[in-house]
Structures are given as C-alpha cells and as structure tokens.
Design a protein around this ligand. Structure first.
Ligand code: RUQ
Ligand code: CUA
Length: 696
C-alpha cells in the first residue's frame, strides 16, 4: 500500500491541462502534437517518483501515447485514467461510505478508483452475509429495530444520510450511523467489522429525511423528523388539527463511546412545530454546541387538491407549501438542552422518550429561529464553524449566516417577533452575513482546505465553487465570490469532498452524486443508474475524472474518509466471538468440542466449520423439535469465511473466522434436507455439505 495518488499528481509542472473538450493540448512553450504531449506528460510525471525517465514504457511493447491513441483517448482522458487507476494490491487513499437509498444498505467505495468494495446490509436482509436469513445477528438487529405495530418483518429502508463518528471534529473511523428516511429509524454500523450492530426505531418519528449528523466528539447522533406526526394518544389526529396535534422532533441520541450504541436514558428529543424539518448539520469549533435544521412548509399545508370530483391545483401541498417568502432555520443549543434535561423539571415523556416541550425550548433559549429564503434544502457548517451555508431549491443564492452574528443576536434578543408557537425569530439582517449568487437550484455545500465552498446546483446540473469570507481566509473583494462552475452529468443532488464535514477537509477530491445519468452509460432498461462523478480539485480548475454507475437503489448523501482513519478494522474475530457483543459467545466451541445435547424438544447442536467440513455433518431431529444450532468457524485465517445454508428452511448464514452464529429453527415439516457451505472456501468447498434429517 503506498503512494497511489501522489505518483500521478497533476501538479506536474510541465503540463497545463485544458478542460475536457478543448483540443489540442496546450503546453507552456511550443505547441506539440497530442501524442507527443501525452508521452512527455507521462514521462514527466514519472520523474518525481523514480528520479529518471526509465522503466515507464508499455509492458506490451507499445508506447503509452500509442495505446491512448488506439483507444481513442485524448490527453485529458488519458490523464484522468492515470489519476484514477489504482493497481491491484495498492489501496485507495479514501473510502466513500455511501447511503444506498432504497437498497436500505450502505456501500463502501474506494477513491480515486471508484471501485465498489462492499455492501453493508443495514435495513435489508442480505443473503451473502447471512443477514436476516435465520441467524441471531441479522434477525435480532432487524427485529429489534422494527416497530412491531408497523410490522415485525419490516425488511426495507431508504438510507439517506450517513454520519461517521468524530473525535475533535475529525472522522475517527469508529462507527457510522445511517438514517432510514422511510421509517424514521437509525442504524449503527461498527467500522471494526463493517457490520450493523443496532437499529433503533425512533419514538415519535414517522419519517426522517436529512437530519442525521454526529456532534464533533460523538457526544450525540442527531436525527430529526421530516413530516411531523400526531402526538395524540391513539396516534390519530385529523389533518384539520394539524397545528394543534402534530409536532416535529429533533432527537439527540447519546452514543456509548465503547460500543457505539444508543444510550436511551441519556437521550432526549426537542419538540418542534409542525413544519417540515429537512437537512441538518452540527456546529463545530466556533459554533460548537449548536445544531442547525432547515425547515420548509412553515405554511403548515396539508394538501387536499381534489374535492367532490374537482381538482384544485392551488390547494395542492406543493403550491400551498411554497407561499411564504421565508421559512425558518432552527438554531438549537444542545448543551442548553442537555442541561435542561439534567435539571429534570418541565420535561415530558412521550412513547418512552424524554421530551423537552416546545414552550420550554422556546423560553429556555434552547430553540431560536432565523428566517431563510423559502423552501431551503441544505444547511452546511463550514470547517471552522464560522459560517452556516443555507441553500434553497427556489433561491439562486448561497446564503451565509455567521455564527458570531447569531450569538450576538441571541444575546441582544434581536427578535423580529415569534412564530405561532412562541419561538423567537432573530432578524434576518442581524444574522445573515452574505448572499452569493450561485445558479439555479442550489442544494448542498461541501468545503475544502482553502476556504472554498462547493455547492451542488440541481437545475443547472453543475458544481459551483465559491469563496467563503474573512474567517476562512478570503478578505475584501476575494470574499464570497463565485469562482468557477463545473458542469456535471446530470442533475446533481449531494456532493462530497474528502473529509468534507470535518474541521479539516482535505480538498483534493470531490464526488458529484448525480441523480440522472441519461447517456453516460449503455442503457440497461428504463431506469438508468445514478452517476457518481469523481472530480479532481487539485488543479487550477475542477476536472471530472471518472463516472461510476450506481445501479442499486438511489444513494443520497455519502461521506469520504481517509483510509488511515480506519485503524480498527479487524481481519478475523478472536476465537469464539459473538459479533453483536464483541465478547466470547456462551456457545463458542473449539475443534473437538462438537456435540449434540437434547433438552426436551430443544436440540442443541454445537457445530464447527473448518475447511472443508462441518462437524457434525448430519443432524438427526424429529418434527416438533426446535433446532438450536450453535455454529463456530474455528478458523483464524483471514478471509476463510464459511457459509451455512439449509435452503428448505430458508436459512442462510455467513460465519467469519472466529465467529459464532446461532440459529433457532422450529422444525415444522419432516424431510431429509440438504445443508451446505454457501461460500466458496476451498478446493473441496463443494464437499462441505451435510444433511438435516427431520423424522415425522
Ligand atoms: S437530500 S439531494 Cu435526500 Cu440529502 Cu438533498
Ligand atoms: Cu466452507 Cu465452502
């Protein structure tokens, strides 16, 4: 593992690369032919590493520029190929942890190669990893995280906003949290083994869109409601009582620093008005202790555009939720909230959650509002925490709020009044520092290490690069200025820069998360994949390097973490480990301890898996028994994972080296059923099979 990325750095001084589409290549000095330019570019780049222009020919005997020419690649494309190719055995410099949208899962992708490394099952069963197919790990996590009233067998989610745990405002590579936009849930994945350990169905949240973030020292993971829900006892309230009976919630889940799990008796919610809460972000450094949530539909529209057979477009939710010129940015002081909860008075309990009532949030300085241009989408805090960028689908500006001004305005009670629920609204003038016209449909912003922000423009289908202000090193004319706009393909939603949500982003790479791909890939039916586009930020101008199709679900947000941060990743479990608890399983065995114990109708089978056999490989049971299978992979060789399937009973497990898996299986129908190892583990993998006899 090594110097990938550096080797072909575009800071190479001999070349000046044109944006794609501008030909031929121009160099400082005399114009040269495309092939010659490419040859020199490659040779020049090699100098930095090997110190001489030796050993950089083509292994097949041709010259590299010839290969590029034969493949029809121009200089810029060949350079992009060199900048993104990562040889086998060399590791990518960054990892993207991506939401998976309707797949309900997370993806891990290498940068700059844009190779898919892993799918992590979270809300959706996954046969490969045996998640949700009869094992305690998958079944327990999925069942505990599914509201029984909804459905015990809730087997899908819509993942939107991953949040990596942080220490001192930097990703620390310990845990990642991911919300389920559809069902108001949150999942926790341990980045030691990249497995989901906990799913929480959050009380009082029906849905949750973009409100997921971790505070700078992983004190809390935050998740807010999207659509408000009724807070009546039955859970029902007519829409005519929307204002009275519906509420939103900002949820602060305390993180156990050892396990990454949610500590419910130290978690709380802040009751919010029945607006629609959207994106959110944590304050950091200058704004540490604050949280920001965008809202729209402060009109409290509920729709209803069809009456007695007549449609009334003006009454649609869409038009009635876009009437106000301004919506309201929620500014939450979570330390104040924490202190209020600790004091213990004036709280209420709602469905098991400690809740700070709206009136208390308003009167105790826990919640303030600031006007924001109507129907905003993204809210993003700059690396130093000094600027809060709000962008709105219907407003062409990046709206920059200043932390300093917000604090002053709160101290001076610079209010223009209150909302209908008594929450003080700060005057816009007192808190807004700048508006930067960026283009049509600004959604989300990310940051680099040079004081620039990058904002996605959905309608313009572009990335806008612009400078922040003095607190980010840009003074006078240099401040708050649009610098460059890069077209992307097509209709970008989110975007991410390397370590972009931390106090020290790396810049370097940006990935545009495009909703549409249209003509970028061969058609594969009516629904095209999304398009992740890797953008090089290291040169003078932004350049698109590579397209990556995402053909499973629709990702929303992603985060990009340096590989060096993932220090805790294990290769094998300690012998006999239960991955859910990280402790030694009560059911662990070592080779030689395999046995069958009958306790009434419970048939306990302690089974080992070792290349290339299960012991025992025949299980004799009776109909009516419950098979309690305790399966230990007794290997310690990395990657020596075995599978275990009893297809007739819908069982599929994956047992990693050192892992113990438990399967509880009521044997309801008789038969003699094949069981087999479902992971190609060895030359005699196909011999790794056995029988389950269930006598009538
Ligand atoms: S939101 S495309 Cu689902 Cu994160 Cu803005
Ligand atoms: Cu064990 Cu295949």
């Amino acid at each position: 593992m090594g110097e990938d990325g550096e080797r072909f750095d575009s800071t190479d001084e001999q070349t000046e690369l044109p944006p794609p589409g501008e030909r031929p290549i121009r160099r400082r000095g005399p114009t040269v032919s495309r092939r010659a330019a490419l040859g020199m570019m490659v040779g020049g780049a090699a100098v930095g590493v090997v110190g001489a222009r030796v050993g950089f020919g083509s292994s097949s005997g041709g010259d590299l520029s010839g290969i590029a020419g034969d493949r029809g690649l121009d200089g810029a494309q060949a350079e992009a190929a060199l900048k993104t190719y990562v040889p086998g055995g060399v590791f990518d410099e960054y990892f993207i942890i991506s939401s998976g949208g309707h797949s309900g899962n997370l993806y891990v992708i290498g940068v700059p190669s844009m190779r898919m490394l892993k799918e992590i099952p979270v809300f959706t069963p996954n046969a490969w990893q045996g998640y949700g197919y009869g094992t305690d790990q998958g079944d327990k996590v999925l069942t505990e995280g599914a509201d029984a009233a909804k459905s015990e067998r809730l087997r899908w989610g819509d993942t939107h906003h991953p949040a990596i745990s942080e220490t001192d405002g930097m990703y620390d590579g310990r845990f990642v949290y991911i919300n389920d936009r559809a069902n108001g849930r949150i999942g926790m994945v341990d980045l030691r083994d990249f497995k989901t350990k906990q799913i929480l169905d959050i009380p009082n949240l029906q849905t949750s869109h973009g409100g997921c973030f971790v505070t700078p020292n992983s004190e809390y993971v935050h998740i807010s409601s999207m659509t408000p829900c009724p807070v009546t006892e039955s859970g029902y309230a007519p829409l005519s009582r929307y204002k009275e009976d519906f509420r939103g919630f900002s949820t602060w889940l305390r993180i156990d620093q050892e396990t990454g799990r949610f500590v419910m008796d130290e978690s709380f919610q802040i009751e919010l008005p029945p607006y629609t809460q959207d994106l959110a972000d944590a304050g950091k450094l200058a704004s540490f202790g604050l949280g920001f949530i965008n809202t729209y539909n402060t009109e409290m529209a509920t729709g209803g555009n069809l009456h007695d057979g007549h449609s009334d477009p003006a009454a649609s939710l869409e038009s009635s939720a876009t009437k106000n010129d301004y919506d309201l940015l929620n500014i939450i002081d979570w330390q104040q909230a924490e202190a209020f909860v600790k004091a213990g008075t004036g709280l209420k309990t709602l469905n098991g959650m400690t809740v700070i009532p709206l009136e208390a949030a308003a009167s105790e300085g826990i919640l303030h509002f600031a006007p924001e241009p109507r129907n905003p989408h993204g809210v993003d805090v700059s690396p130093t925490g000094d600027y809060i960028v709000v962008s709105g689908k219907l407003d062409p500006n990046g709206n920059v709020y200043s932390t300093e001004r917000i604090k002053e305005a709160i101290a001076n009670q610079d209010y223009e009044g209150t909302d209908p629920f008594g929450v003080p609204i700060l005057t816009l003038d007192s808190v807004l520092e700048a508006q930067v016209e960026l283009g049509a449909g600004p959604l989300h912003s990310q940051f680099d290490d040079q004081g620039y922000a990058y904002t996605s423009l959905f309608i313009d289908t572009a990335v806008a690069k612009w400078s922040l202000g003095p607190k980010a090193g840009h003074e006078g004319d240099d401040a708050f200025k649009l610098v460059e706009t890069l077209p992307v393909q097509y209709n970008i939603g989110h975007l991410v820069t390397a370590e972009g949500d931390t106090v020290q982003p790396a810049g370097k790479y940006l990935v545009a998360l495009n909703k549409w791909s249209i003509d970028r890939f061969a058609p594969v039916g009516t629904l095209h994949p999304q398009n992740f586009q890797l953008v090089d930020l290291s040169g003078e101008k932004m350049t698109v390097l590579l397209d990556m199709p995402i053909g499973m679900g629709e990702p929303h947000y992603v985060q990009m973490i340096h590989r060096d941060k993932l220090t805790g990743v294990i290769q094998t479990y300690e012998p006999g480990t239960d991955p859910l608890t990280w402790s030694k399983s009560d059911f662990a065995i070592v080779a030689g301890e395999e046995r069958v114990e009958r306790k009434g109708t419970d048939l306990h089978v302690y089974m080992s898996a070792l290349r290339s056999h299960f012991t025992p490989d025949v299980i004799e049971a009776k109909q009516g028994d419950t098979l309690r299978l305790h399966l230990t992979n007794v290997e310690q060789t990395p990657d020596a994972t075995h599978g275990f399937a009893i297809p007739a009973y819908n069982i599929e497990a994956s047992i990693d080296p050192g892992e113990v898996v438990n399967i509880d299986l009521p044997l309801t129908r008789p038969g003699t059923f094949a069981m087999y190892c479902s992971e190609f583990c060895s030359a005699l993998h196909l011999e790794m099979q056995g029988w389950l006899e269930v006598a009538p």
